[in-house]
Design a protein around this ligand. Structure first.
Ligand SMILES: [Zn+2]
Length: 315
């Protein structure tokens, strides 16, 4: 296994309002997979989401995190992928232990067994003004794969024609995105001819994308895929970007989570276990809180009166 950095390659089709991106995020993906034991079908789906999140993030003019969540009502309870503006990524899955998962289980079987699955995309700005809520889009799970669901989301919420091809197994995660950009009216170059040319280019390159087989995407790097697909096209290729694994968990954030549980809950758990051990869902890092640490959490900024009530309730 090499430590080759992952690569995200952006390009545009010359003279057409069509852009594309290819990503090979296999090294990051292997770091995520190594921390968990997921069934084959879950790896395929989560790996596809990791590529998709990198592809969408790289196109955003936005300083913050893109969070992709699949809430499921079947074998999968939750899949989460986070990607920030520097393409630092992490991902995790929560499964329902009582379900057996077939190796070839698809999107619907994994997360939408009873029709209550939801796909949520959140854009969480890095610097929020007070009271500002993250932008959140909830997307129905209409489609046999996550690429189709995201394509619907992009059309509805961003009014952008987008096509995605995603492939992942336990070692490799790669993706291709094509997007038709709006041609702004009023400019001299926006002639009927330019519009027609862009539409033709779009139709042609989407057809080329549709020739991609999953096995081909898993086998070949993105340089090779780009050559195979677009060797007859004139591409303008940009400086490559490098997505990588990074977990943003800290002792402070875990502490805040404990605070949200409330003092009583934390004290009850403490009296049962002596100390609290918490593993980060994303990277597996272990955090420990003993009685003194926990008391500290609630002392720091809790009003004295609330603290007394908390203590009284114990007697
Ligand atoms: Zn972590």
């Amino acid at each position: 296994m090499t430590n080759t950095p992952d690569t995200l390659q952006k390009f545009v089709f010359e003279d057409a309002a069509v852009r594309g991106e290819l990503v090979d995020i296999s090294a990051t993906w292997r770091e995520i997979v190594a921390r968990h034991h997921y069934p084959v079908a879950v790896k395929r789906l989560l790996g596809q989401m990791v590529s998709a999140a990198a592809l969408l993030s790289a196109n955003l003019k936005f300083n913050g995190s893109l969070i992709m969540q699949l809430h499921g009502d079947g074998p999968v309870r939750l899949l989460v992928v986070e990607c920030d503006s520097d393409l630092r990524m992490r991902a995790t899955a929560k499964l329902n232990a009582e379900f057996a998962i077939a190796e070839d289980a698809g999107l619907q079987a994994l997360v939408n067994a009873q029709g209550h699955g939801r796909f949520v995309i959140t854009l969480d700005p890095a610097e929020k003004v007070p009271g500002q809520q993250p932008y959140q889009g909830i997307v129905p799970l209409d489609g046999d794969d996550v690429a189709t669901v995201i394509e619907h989301y992009m059309l509805r919420s961003e009014q952008l024609d987008t096509k995605l091809w995603l492939a992942a197994d336990d070692k490799v995660s790669r993706g291709l995105l094509l997007q038709k950009l709006p041609l702004h009216g009023g400019k001299a170059e926006t002639t009927a001819h330019a519009i027609e040319h862009s539409q033709e280019t779009w139709n042609r390159v989407v057809m080329l994308g549709d020739t991609l087989k999953e096995a081909e995407m898993l086998e070949h790097g993105i340089d090779e895929l780009q050559k195979r697909l677009f060797w007859e096209e004139t591409l303008r290729v940009f400086e490559p970007l490098h997505p990588h694994f990074h977990c943003s968990c800290t002792r402070e954030k875990v502490g805040n989570m404990l605070k949200m549980l409330g003092q009583q809950e934390v004290e009850d758990a403490l009296s049962e276990q002596g100390k609290l051990g918490i593993n980060c869902d994303f990277c597996g890092k272990h955090y420990e809180y003993d009685a003194v640490d926990c008391a500290q959490l609630f002392v720091t900024d809790a009003p004295a009166e609330a603290l007394m009530h908390g203590t009284e309730a114990k007697h």
